[in-house]
Design a protein around this ligand. Structure first.
Ligand SMILES: NC(=O)c1ccc[n+]([C@@H]2O[C@H](COP(=O)([O-])OP(=O)(O)OC[C@H]3O[C@@H](n4cnc5c(N)ncnc54)[C@H](OP(=O)(O)O)[C@@H]3O)[C@@H](O)[C@H]2O)c1
Length: 177
C-alpha cells in the first residue's frame, strides 16, 4: 500500500490482476472507481498500479498469497482499514497446474488457491461490505466434476476446417483432435 486513494469513489477489489483476464478487467474497472489490486507478487502489482495511475486513475495494491488462508484473512483486514466504499469483489485469481502439489497445510494447491483462499478472503470481507455489493467468483468448467469434455469434431467438421486452410498442414488437423 502506498499512496492516498480517494475515499469518495466506488472501490472494486480484484484478485489476480497481474495477468490475463484479471489484468484487463482491473484496467477496465479503474475507469469506474478505485481498484484494490490483490496479488502475490509485489513487483507485478506495482506494474499494474503504475499503468492505472499513468491513465489518471486510482489503484492500491495489497500482497496476498491466496493459497495461504491466513494471508487471505490478513489482507481482508488491510483492505477494511483502507476505509474505501467497496461495491464489488471479483475473485478472479486462479491456477491450473499440470501436476498436483500441496500448500503448507497439505491442501491441494489448486483447490486452496482457487477456492479455499478466495473463500477465506471473502468471508472476512463480507461483514464489511455494504448491502448490494457484488461478489463474483470466476471458475473454470474443467473444475466441475460433472463436466464432460465437448464432443470431438466430426470427420466432416475436421474436413471443413482443413478445406479453409490455404496450406493444409498436418499440425492444424492434429490440433482438432
Ligand atoms: N483463460 C481461460 O481460458 C479461462 C477459462 C476458464 C476459467 N478461467 C478462470 O479465469 C481466471 C483468470 O484466468 P487467466 O487465464 O486470466 O489466468 P492467468 O493469466 O494465469 O492469471 C492468474 C492470476 O492469478 C494470480 N494468482 C495465481 N496464484 C495466486 C496465488 N496463490 N495468490 C494470489 N494470486 C494468484 C496470478 O498471479 P501471478 O501473476 O503472480 O502469477 C495471476 O494474476 C482463473 O480463475 C481461471 O480459472 C480462465
Amino acid at each position: 500500500m502506498s499512496k492516498t486513494v480517494p475515499t469518495n469513489r466506488n472501490a472494486y477489489i480484484i484478485t489476480g490482476p497481474t495477468s490475463g483476464i484479471g489484468r484487463l478487467t482491473a484496467l477496465e474497472l479503474a475507469k469506474h472507481g478505485t481498484v484494490v489490486l490483490v496479488g502475490r507478487d509485489r513487483g507485478k502489482l506495482d506494474e499494474v498500479q503504475k499503468t492505472i495511475e499513468q491513465r489518471g486513475r486510482h489503484a492500491v495494491s495489497v500482497v496476498c498469497d491466496l493459497s495461504d488462508f491466513a494471508s487471505g484473512r490478513r489482507v481482508a483486514a488491510e483492505i477494511v482499514a483502507l476505509n474505501l466504499p467497496i461495491v464489488g469483489l471479483l475473485n478472479n485469481a486462479g491456477i491450473f497446474p499440470m501436476r498436483a502439489t500441496k500448500n503448507a497445510l497439505g491442501w491441494d494447491m489448486a483447490f486452496a488457491t482457487n477456492h479455499l483462499g478466495p473463500f477465506a478472503l471473502t468471508e472476512a470481507l463480507v461483514p464489511h461490505l455494504p448491502n448490494g455489493a457484488n461478489v463474483v467468483f470466476i471458475a473454470s468448467a474443467v473444475e466441475n466434476p460433472e463436466h464432460t469434455s465437448p464432443p470431438r469434431p466430426s470427420a466432416s467438421a475436421a474436413a471443413r476446417c482443413r478445406a479453409r486452410t490455404p496450406t493444409p498442414r498436418r499440425s492444424s488437423a492434429t490440433s482438432l483432435r
